[in-house]
Design a protein around this ligand. Structure first.
Ligand code: AMP
Ligand code: ZN
Ligand code: FE
Ligand code: FE
Length: 281
């Protein structure tokens, strides 16, 4: 019985490599019964994604992923959020992303790298591009041997050519999604917290701001990380979410619908919808 879902994916509207329509078709091939599109700082792909999902009989979940102002990468996924305030904040986030991308390209050029805005906007405009595109350009031009090396050496948080962009704090992001009628999920929590104590502390703080769920099932987790997230969610009284963070060829090891330990069951989405007052797509 089709019970598999995926609540974290990216399309060409941010830094994935499938169009929203192709992503919906890939979800069907992967045997999913529901899927969320959660591009970084944009919902541009949602109408195309949802229409194709509906056409082929998959439940579409509209989503977005926001990178927040924090000492490490702390991402919040918002599902089902919408409305005027939502659109206006998302457009500020997009503008900030464009400015950040320009700044990082300038820093790299000033340091002697032969990289231009055109190199990161072949499929995208500057406001939808991301660090993955900068990593791809560094790879294509032979400055690094892998995308991960580009991040580790040059563009990860704390590395020489990383630049901050306009962003909300984790709490502000959660409150914003809740005000806009959405479900707030702490994405891949093990990226922001290494110890269980730190994860619990953040989970409780974000719960006080309105957080609904933690992404306990994730493609790149070890068993220990999965278990830590599950225990933390349980202790903090948060629901569980799960997703692959599929990016197509930009993260070739990640398969749509596949997470550490297997797949994400539809019950996760049912509980999310129940708690969030029957929010519908
Ligand atoms: P951006 O939203 O443009 O800042 O870029 C976020 C993307 O960069 C996400 O899709 C992450 O998967 C990727 N990313 C962030 N940090 C790293 C890292 N240290 N190594 C590889 N990919 C990373
Ligand atoms: Zn991404
Ligand atoms: Fe993320
Ligand atoms: Fe993501």
């Amino acid at each position: 019985m089709a019970n598999k879902i995926d609540l974290h994916t990216h399309s060409v509207c941010s830094d994935g490599t499938l169009t929203p329509k192709e992503l919906a078709r890939e979800a069907a091939r992967a045997g999913l019964c529901a899927a969320a599109l959660t591009d970084h700082d944009t919902t541009e792909g949602i109408p195309e994604f949802s229409a194709e999902c509906e056409r082929i009989g998959i439940e579409p979940v509209p989503g977005i992923e926001i990178g927040t102002k924090y000492k490490r990468e702390l991402h919040i996924v918002g599902l089902y959020a919408g409305g005027d305030e939502f659109d206006s904040v998302v457009s500020r986030l997009k503008n900030g992303r464009g400015e950040r991308n320009r700044k990082m390209i300038k820093m790299l050029r000033d340091a002697g790298f032969d990289i231009t805005e055109n190199d990161i906007t072949t499929h995208n405009d500057i406001e939808s591009a991301g660090r993955v595109h900068i990593a791809n350009a560094l790879l294509e031009k032979g400055y690094v041997k892998t995308r991960d090396e580009a991040f580790e050496k040059y563009i990860a948080k704390g590395r020489p050519y990383y630049a901050e962009r306009f962003s909300l704090t984790p709490e502000e992001s959660v409150r914003f999604i809740k005000r806009c009628g959405g479900t707030a999920v702490w994405a891949h929590p093990a990226q922001a917290a290494d110890t269980e104590a730190e994860m619990t502390e953040i989970a409780l703080r974000l719960k006080a701001a309105g957080l609904d769920a933690m992404e306990c099932l994730y493609s790149r987790y070890t068993d220990a990380e999965t278990e830590m997230c599950m225990r933390t969610a349980k202790n903090a009284g948060l629901l569980m979410s799960g997703g692959s963070d599929f990016h197509g060829a930009n993260k070739p090891d990640v398969k749509l619908g596949v997470v550490n330990g297997g797949y994400v069951p539809y019950e996760f989405l049912l509980k999310i919808k129940e708690k969030c007052n029957g929010a519908v797509s």
